[in-house]
Structure formats: C-alpha cells, structure tokens
Design a protein around this ligand. Structure first.
Ligand code: TYD
Ligand code: MG
Length: 467
C-alpha cells in the first residue's frame, strides 16, 4: 500500500515544506504553517518528469505527444454573453467555455447576489440551453431555502436553475459530471473540502486542492466555473497567490458599505482587458446595472466649490468622469499630513514636490487631503493634473468652472505628458455637457471636439496659467 505523505503548508503564501516551523521560510509570516496530508504521490503527480534516472518513475517518453506549433490549428475561445452587460464587460465580452472565474470581495458585498442574478440570466438564455439545466449552483454557505428566499426577493424567474447544497468536492464533481451543466457556480470555495486532506475547509491546502480539482473539471468538460472567494480580514483571499495563478480570470468587488455602488474590477483576465470595470448599484431588488457610470460619480454641485475638479479617467475600455476633491489647510504639525483616498499616496507627495519646484507653490506648512468621490479607485497617472488643480483650487479657495474637465500626467520636470486615448476622454466630457478642458497638447485631436473649448498645455506653468 502507498503511504500518505504529510506536508506543511503556509497559510499566507501557500508554500509547502516537509517540516513544521514557526515561521514560513518563503514569505516570513509567523504562525502560518499548518499540516495537510497529500494523497499518495502517484495520484497527485500523474506522469511527472520522465528523464533517465528518475527513480521509480514508470513514465516512458511518448514522442507522438509532441506537436509542431505551426501544425496546430488555433482554436477560438467560445464566448457567450450572459445577458448582464456589466458582468460581460469585465469578463471581456461574455463567459468563455472551460474558463474558471474567481469572484472575490468582502463578506456581504454582493457576490452571491450577483451570481444568483447571473445564473438566472444564463438559465433564461437559449444560448446556454442544456438537457438537464444550464446552471448548477452549489451553495456551501446558505441552505437551499435561504437561496430560494433570496431569489424571490430578487424577483428572479428560477426556471430550470439547479441548486446543490454540498461542500464535499468529490460529491460536487460527481453530481456535476452527471448533470453536465454549462455553468457551475461554487459559493464559496472556502466552504469546500476534499476527502484527501484532513485540514479544515477554508485552509490554504483545502482551498488549493479543491480549486485545482475544479480547474481540471472545467478544462476537461468545457464548463464555465465561477468560484466565490471571501477576502479575509487582512484583505487577502485565503491562499491568494495560489488561487489567482490557477484561474483564468479574477474579479474583485469594490465598494464601501455606506455606499450603494459596487464596482467589479477585472484584476486578471486571460480573455480580456484587465482593470475593466463593471458598475452596479445595490438596491432592495439586488444589483442593478449602471450603464452610464459617469452620471453617478459626478456629484455635481449646482454652484462651483473650491477644491473640486472633474477628471476624465479610463477604466479598462471605457472613459469615465469622476470628481476629484482636495482640502488644503494650514497644518499645526511639524510633518503636515498627506492623505489620498482612492488615489496613490506616494504619487500625491511627488506631485506636491513638482508643484513646488516647477510651479513655485509651496505646501510644506499645509495638510493636504485628496479624495475620489464615490469610492472609485483611480490608479492611472492621467489623474495627476486633476489632483494638482484640485489642490490649487482649495489652496487658493477659488472654485474652478463647473463645466471644466481635466486629465494629464505630470512629469518630474514639470512637463504635462499625454495619456492613452485622449480623444475618447474628450468625447466623454463633451457628451456629459462639459464646455472646457485642460489637457496635454498631444492628446488634442486635429479637428477638435464639437462643443468643447480645449486648452492644450505642455508644462505645469502653462496649466497653472489657464486657471
Ligand atoms: P451577498 O450577495 O449575500 O454578499 P456576499 O455573497 O458577497 O457575502 O450580499 C448581501 C448584502 O446585500 C446584504 O447585506 C443585503 C444586501 N442585499 C440588498 O441590499 N438587496 C438585495 O436584494 C439582496 C439580495 C441583498
Ligand atoms: Mg454569499
């Protein structure tokens, strides 16, 4: 008989070692190592390396398994829209057969709600028709009665939606194989366990092994698999690196509890653009799509307010207008505060240095707070110019025109650099009734934009002069 092997797995990075220790040698985390048991080696490593001298390895070289790349006909991925446009957008155009999608986020943010709504939409979509039902929704957290209650609240047409309350992966896969759904939803990966391991559900070894089995199943059967993953208190999915590497697409829910808006961001996508953003609003009847996000993130004031600037940012493939705010105030501290919410803090410090050096405006005795309205996170450098405008506007206590839109990267030598897709951004601004724009010179299209007075700038000084 083959012996099971013990293995020790780090809970924070997933590294394996043969011995227990108090500290992970890979990531340095303390008290993160736990024991797991792997099934006999031959089961976990089918057909490993076959090089000469590998003791006890029965695999023999099979040269017919090698193909010339040029002789392989490329296979287009089969992609079908779910019918929920904002979800399809972050997926890169729809569900891809045989792909595995991880949906992460804080507990209670709306993962189950989104997947139940998506399941109903898929079920109602003839493109996903399947003999025994197109979706199998596996619920490990809620009872079927609770899911049914939720479906009722959401006003969903349950139709042929199949529910399975089960947490044992072997059972789930046996059922899925018999039912052959087109889409398999696992809610959540942290509740699953495999009989091969003794550790508790939710531990890194369990999450990794059950996810690996699901990935294998997806590829073998061309099923689309959705995995729900909770983010832990520390802000990481259990075994994050392991899961993110294993799946094709990783979507994260963003949003604040006090705010109805929910952003679903693609942070990894083998089949589409990353940083693509789907925008939803949580209502009493579930998640509602927000097809025109510019309209909601602009909490437009009826009259001009100092410290507020409208930025045209771009998330994935879509331009979006957001309001950037700044508050600059005399600081009582020796080390004045710099705070950036929804923006990069280090970038703010850098911009203030550029403002001093190349604009001649010093902020070393001022606290500077910046914020993007609506809980949006902006990571692109195109926000630079808007941040500086907001800071200046607050510093001078002078409001900027309400019909002004801004974007542009600020370089360390005070130059204003162009950003991707300038004309797209300008069109979005014009579409929402903006009349003026201050933007990098190279971003201005030849014919201009109808209805928009564009002021191209090359340097920070020029930009400040336009105010
Ligand atoms: P849920 O999808 O259960 O979160 P997750 O699966 O990510 O843990 O989201 C539940 C939250 O959403 C809960 O706080 C209640 C709220 N909610 C609504 O506001 N409206 C609704 O129609 C539903 C179903 C939930
Ligand atoms: Mg849930």
């Amino acid at each position: 008989t083959k012996k099971s092997r013990s293995v020790y797995v780090c809970n924070s990075c997933g590294a394996q070692s043969p011995k227990w220790s108090g500290r992970c040698t890979d990531c340095g985390a303390w008290n993160s190592i736990e024991q797991g048991v792997l099934p006999p080696k031959t089961q976990t490593r089918p057909g490993g390396g076959g090089y000469a001298g590998a003791a006890g390895n029965a695999a023999r070289a099979d040269l017919s398994a090698i193909h010339r790349l040029a002789e392989i006909a490329p296979e287009q991925e089969v992609r079908t829209p779910s019918g929920i446009a904002e979800l399809d957008r972050v997926l890169g155009g729809g569900l891809v057969q045989g792909s595995v999608v991880l949906i992460g986020g804080d507990p209670g943010i709306g993962k189950s709600t989104l997947l139940l709504q998506a399941s109903a939409a898929i079920d109602a979509n003839p493109a996903f028709a399947s003999s025994k039902g197109s979706v199998l929704y596996v619920t490990g957290e809620e009872s079927p009665q609770q899911v049914s209650l939720r479906a009722q609240r959401l006003g969903l047409e349950p139709g042929g939606l199949n529910l399975l309350a089960e947490t044992c992966i072997e059972q789930i896969l046996a059922t899925a194989a018999a039912e052959a759904p087109r889409v398999l939803v696992i809610d959540s990966i942290q509740t699953l366990f495999t009989e091969a391991l003794t550790s508790a559900p939710g531990s890194v070894s369990q999450v990794r092994e059950t996810a690996a089995q699901l990935v294998r199943y997806a590829k073998l059967t061309d099923t689309t698999v959705f995995l729900v993953g909770h983010v832990t208190k520390e802000g990481a999915l259990a075994g994050p690196r392991v899961l993110e590497h294993m799946v094709d697409t990783v979507l994260y829910f963003e949003g604040e509890s006090g705010n109805a808006h929910r952003l679903v961001r693609a942070v990894k996508n083998r089949f589409g653009a990353v940083n693509e953003l789907g925008v939803f609003a949580m209502t009493d009847r579930g998640l509602r799509q927000v097809l025109n996000p510019s309209a909601i993130f602009l909490s437009r004031h009826s009259e001009p307010a100092p410290g507020s600037v409208v930025l045209v940012t771009r998330e994935g493939t879509r331009p979006m207008l957001v309001e950037v705010q700044a508050l600059v105030d005399q600081s009582p501290l020796a080390n004045p505060r710099r705070l950036a919410v929804g923006l990069e803090q280090n970038r703010l410090a850098m911009l203030l240095a550029v403002l001093h050096r190349h604009g001649g405006i010093a902020m070393f005795d001022q606290d500077v707070f910046t914020n993007v309205v609506g809980g949006v996170r902006v990571t692109e450098t195109a926000a630079d110019l808007a941040v500086l405008f907001a800071v200046l506007s607050s510093f001078r206590d002078k409001a900027l025109p309400v019909d002004l839109a801004v974007f542009g990267e600020v370089g360390l030598s005070g130059e204003i650099r162009p950003v991707p897709n300038g004309p797209d951004r300008l069109r979005e601004a014009a579409k929402h009734g903006f009349k003026q724009a201050v933007v990098p010179k190279a971003n201005v299209p030849k014919g201009g934009i109808d209805g928009l007075e564009i002021r191209p700038v090359l340097s920070l000084r020029e930009a400040i002069d336009t105010l």
